[in-house]
Structure formats: structure tokens, C-alpha cells
Design a protein around this ligand. Sequence first.
Ligand SMILES: [Cu+2]
Length: 246
Amino acid sequence: MKYLMMAMALVITAGAAFAAGSGDHGHAEGHAMGRPGTAQQVTREVEITMIETDGGMAYEPAALEIAQGETLRLKVRNAGEMPHEIVLDTPAKNAEHGALMARFPEMEHEDPHALRLEPGAEGEIVWTFETAGTFEFACLIPGHAEAGMRGPITVSAPAPAQAQAQAQAAAAVPAAVFTKGTVKKLDKAKSKVTIIHEELVTLDMPAMTMVFEVPDATIFARLSEGQKIEFVADRVKGKLTVTGLK
Ligand SMILES: [Cu+2]
């Protein structure tokens, strides 16, 4: 009885989530919920267990609360005796896929936001939740979501103070990165310098010999042909420019 009530509570919650999210058909490009994340981006790990009970099927935990921008590693384990899925999407998309699954029960999902696990199997999804809103995780095998395998994912936008702090951090000027090079040629008339340079890490450019603009006259005056230098290069108005010199 306890399990049945739990399953009913889940169905009611999922119903509310569906109402909130219906009408959202996602974007033409990319995914409405965000994008696949990388191991380096993971900010939090969450363990999810798929369970079968007397009264139905469920996920533990039954809901996910996420801060916008978080990258989660969802470690999912199927503790049941049947195969199960976990598909993260908008309620509308999951309903759409669920209807397809009813017509093609053999269909398996191969998306980065979905997993299908055999009994006892484990798997993981790494996902960056870029969009605030209500999404859901559900098993789209016919009948399973209805039996309780469906839960809301609430992605909350950061509070104003937090958003401001994030914006400030993003605007903070990174420390200048100096690159070693040798001045090959100076063009005084055009205020350009040819530098045999090492890898320009900030511009993601391999070591090569290249012409740079030098709009800063004081920097240009300190350059001479054959000189070994350490300089800062940047893209200014679409042109590769020397913006600093040690
Ligand atoms: Cu299932």
C-alpha cells in the first residue's frame, strides 16, 4: 500500500510537470535542456537507482533539483528485474518518444541524454543543464512511466546576486599570457612586425612566423630585428596584434 501511494504521488507530480512543460517543443538546433557535458565540467554526481516495487516502478530519488549551468554526472543503476530506461528531456518530447515506443517496442535510445540498462547494469549520463525550466526523466518502455518511472527535473536560474557574481567573474580580465619569439622583420611605415613565435596558447595557434600589427608606438619603438622578445598577442578588430611586450 505504501508503495502504491508512492507511485500515485509520482504520477501526480509528473502530471504537474507535464502541464508546466507542455507546449515546449524544443529548439530547432541543439537540445532544449542543454548539451552533453565532459568529465572535466562535472560539478556534481548524483546516483539514481531504478527500482521495482509491489505497486509499480520508480527512480530513487524521484526528482532532481539542478542549478542552471550545472554539469551533472548521473550514475544510474538498474536494481530491478526488467530492462529500464532513463531519458532526460522535456515532458513533451518524452511523451512523443513514448508514443513512438508504444508503436515500436523494440526501439532503443542512443542519445547522450538517455540510457537503457539491463537488470543489474550501471551506466552514466554527463549533461550540462543550460536552460532553466521543468524537464523530466522517464522510462519510455511502454507502461513504465505510467507505473511510476517518471520524475521532474527542475532547473533553476541563479538568484540575481549569484548571477551578478558570475557575470563579474566572466568579465574579469585574465592575466596576460606572454609568448616567446624572435623579431624577424620590422615594417615601420605600416607599423607591422614579423615574429618567429612559439605556440600562441590564448589564440590556439601553433608556432610559426607571422606578421602582427603594432598600433602601440611605444611598443613598436622597443622592437628591433633579431631581438628575442616575450610578447602578448591578441585579435584586435579582426587583426592579429601585439598588445604587450616584456
Ligand atoms: Cu522501465
